[in-house]
Design a protein around this ligand. Structure first.
Ligand code: NAD
Ligand code: G6P
Ligand code: MN
Length: 441
């Protein structure tokens, strides 16, 4: 069986250890001969990488391991770039969340003005990594899950239309795991779904088991009662539990489909703001820094101090196995059906052909083929048209250095009440993002 070489870009990410462990667990279907880490923050990456080195030496001595901040070293001789960078790290995520709240608008990592600010930082970082890949390993594929994926995907479409990059998100996967549990199945892998929308902005319109039985009625009945909260949720973080529960109200707006949880930010922005502004100084980024980041880096330090990963605090991120599904499908031409963020080009017949949409695709060694969705209802179409315009205006703003386009983007977001509020938020965001955004005129 062919063995692949993988570089994880954003080596210092809190998700890196979970992904490395998850890769080890799936060696039977996606064998790797080499794992490299790449980051532009040497110090942060070293902490994670030295722990991974010990872990890999113990558990998979045949896999070559290295890490670097030098692009040539990191991107040479690779088949796959798995990218999860966060330009500006949590310090900037925190500002994305807090600045809009000062103006009475919700602050979120990928939605509304916070997501727009993050997009303006991410585009350059992701394109840079794509260029390194093409320079040092021109036949490789980049599997990108750096956020905000919708804006990043539109930027790739505009700036690198011929590149071998696939943008993907884990939220539908996570929700489908819940749906499978609700339907009494062992795994989401037993379901075939039809889904359409934009990234963090979509709906399921058909869900079947392997025999073709319609699972929508049973799942809808559950969601109408308690959203996507499931029996196995005892250990779920309170923030996420709230999001899964709120899906009940999101579902009620269109009971013909089942919604992505992220729609709560667009359909109930007033509720989210009221909820989050009870603790305006303690946002999701604060929470992640206090818990996930602390825990992952403490576990890494512990491995290095003890010189062994035996009984360590790194946990495999099984949730992330969708990345292996994607790599395996390309490496072994599996024709696997997966939700990807791709150029519409007629797949949704009554929607702009140049929009980046999230839809099912068949993935093989030649890339992906889109599955036709046909016409979508007016409600979804209207919402999507507004949101896709936001995403396109952000990319326009980045490419042209246009203040006007970015003001329009923020104004057009459903999360923002007026052009004057949009302008006030924008002016604060410009100040906070100096050195990260292109200069706007
Ligand atoms: P993190 O801050 O812990 O890690 C990100 C790493 O990227 C940091 O080590 C940072 O130094 C590095 N980095 C920043 N800019 C870089 C650049 N230009 N080049 C190379 N490295 C750079 O963040 P995290 O919480 O672990 O999340 C990582 C990313 O994954 C985020 O973009 C997050 O939104 C995304 N994510 C996406 C999904 C999805 O489904 N699409 C799921 C989870 C996380
Ligand atoms: C989901 C989304 C990601 C997002 C993440 C945030 O997995 O699909 O796009 O980055 O949630 O999670 P966090 O725990 O960092 O708030
Ligand atoms: Mn996502």
């Amino acid at each position: 069986m062919k063995k692949s070489s993988v570089v994880i870009a954003g080596g210092g990410s809190t998700f890196t250890p979970g992904i490395v462990l998850m890769l080890l667990e799936h060696q039977d279907r996606f064998p790797v001969r080499q794992i490299k880490l790449y980051d532009n923050d040497a110090e942060r990456q070293k902490k994670i990488a030295e722990a991974c080195r010990i872990l890999l030496a113990e558990r998979a001595p045949d896999i070559a391991f290295s890490y670097s901040v030098r692009p040539e070293e990191a991107f040479s001789d690779v088949d796959f770039v798995m990218a999860h960078i966060r330009v500006g790290k949590y310090a900037m995520r925190e500002k994305d969340e807090k600045i809009p709240m000062r103006h009475g608008v919700l602050g979120q990592e990928t939605c509304g003005p916070g997501g727009i600010a993050y997009g303006m930082r991410s585009i350059g970082g992701v394109i840079e990594i794509l260029d390194y890949m093409e320079k040092y390993s021109p036949d490789a594929w980049m599997l990108n899950y750096s956020n905000p994926a919708a804006i990043v995907a539109e930027a790739c479409r505009r700036l690198r239309p011929c590149s071998r990059v696939i943008n993907i998100c884990d939220m539908p996967v996570g929700i489908e795991e819940r749906m499978a549990e609700i339907a009494g199945l062992k795994s989401r892998r037993e379901m075939t779904v039809r889904y359409y929308g934009l990234n963090h902005f979509g709906w399921w319109c058909d869900i079947r088991d392997r025999d073709g039985n319609d699972l929508m009625p049973a799942i809808k009945a559950h969601v109408a009662g308690c959203g996507y909260v499931v029996d196995s949720d005892a250990g779920t973080e309170p923030d996420w539990r709230e999001t899964f529960a709120k899906a009940r109200d999101v579902y009620a707006v269109d009971p013909d489909t089942l919604p992505n949880t992220y729609l709560k930010y667009y359909l109930f922005p007033d509720y989210v703001f009221r909820h989050d502004s009870r603790h305006p100084e303690h946002t999701r980024a604060s929470e992640v820094m206090e818990h996930r980041e602390k825990e992952v880096f403490a576990a890494a330090a512990d491995i290095v101090a003890r010189g062994t990963a035996a009984g360590c605090g790194f946990h495999s991120d099984e949730h992330a196995s969708y990345i292996v599904d994607l790599a395996e499908a390309i490496a072994f031409n599996r024709q696997a059906r997966m939700l990807l963020i791709v150029e519409n080009d007629g797949a949704i017949s009554n929607f702009a052909s140049d929009a980046m949409v999230e839809i099912p695709c068949l993935v093989g060694s030649a890339g992906y083929e889109k599955i036709s969705i046909g016409r979508i209802p007016l409600f979804q179409k209207g919402l999507m048209e507004q949101q896709v315009a936001v995403e396109k205006l952000v990319v326009d703003a980045w490419i042209n250095g246009s203040y006007q386009a970015l003001w329009q983007a923020i104004t057009l977001s459903r999360t923002v009440p007026s052009a004057s509020v949009a302008k006030a938020i924008l002016d604060d965001l410009i100040e906070a993002n100096r050195g990260y955004w292109p200069e706007l005129k």
